[in-house]
Design a protein around this ligand. Structure first.
Ligand code: BEZ
Length: 217
């Protein structure tokens, strides 16, 4: 694994592979090929906002599994700190953390994914979320500041949207929720644009204009 500077990865490109120590032993990102992966970083173990997030991620773990998605946490704390914090979460809140957490003490993974935002903190990873598809392609990224806990409903919604796009080659409108109509890709040629109106009245189609067609699946 090469270690470039703290640069952002690119959507649509292969997610940088890595091997790392985790609370479930040594893992490679590529071990998860065939499943979607949510790789997320938190600033530090034994901190309050991060604790609320771990509880929230543990709560959606069954929903993610039902969608064929694996969770992988990460911070630059040691594996011993991760284990201590996870055990404390179990004691204090009665919640098991079912996903592995990467101990990225040397920041190798943080550097590959641009997780450190020096303007916020030179020593902690920001609250990053990387959604990687079953073919290992980076499909979405969300970056939150240190002070704001993430919205796990939005992460589920984003995965649903990406998986609908995979299945139906369609886009999803603003504030789309699972079950809502999708958007058919806009035509890219004059010929396709001219033929667009033929979709009007077809099953499930709402024709608004040549570039804007919705479809209920
Ligand atoms: C927190 O989880 O509460 C936290 C961690 C690092 C910086 C700010 C807040």
């Amino acid at each position: 694994m090469t270690e470039p500077a703290n640069s952002l990865p690119r959507l649509g490109a292969p997610a940088p592979d890595f091997e790392a120590e985790t609370t479930h032993g040594k893992l490679r990102l590529s071990d998860f090929l065939g499943s979607y992966v949510v790789l997320f970083s938190h600033p530090a173990d034994f901190t309050p906002v991060c604790t609320t997030e771990f509880l929230a991620f543990a709560k959606i773990a069954p929903d993610l599994r039902a969608r064929g998605v694996e969770l992988l946490g990460l911070s630059i704390d040691s594996v011993f700190a991760h284990l201590g914090w996870i055990r404390n979460i179990k004691e204090r809140f009665g919640v098991d953390i079912p996903f592995p957490v990467v101990a990225d003490s040397g920041r190798a993974v943080a550097n590959l994914y641009g997780m450190v935002m020096p303007g916020e903190s030179a020593t902690e990873t920001s609250r990053c979320v990387f959604i990687i598809d079953d073919k290992g392609i980076l499909r979405a990224m969300i970056y939150y500041p240190l002070t704001t806990g993430r919205n796990t409903d939005e992460i589920l919604r984003l995965i649903d949207a990406l998986q609908v796009t995979d299945q139906h080659k369609a886009g999803t409108p603003a504030n789309w929720q699972k079950g809502d109509a999708v958007i058919l890709p806009a035509p890219r040629t004059a010929e396709d644009a001219a033929e667009r109106s033929e979709l009007a009245g077809k099953d499930g189609v709402e024709y608004i204009d040549w570039y804007y067609v919705k479809k209920t699946l």
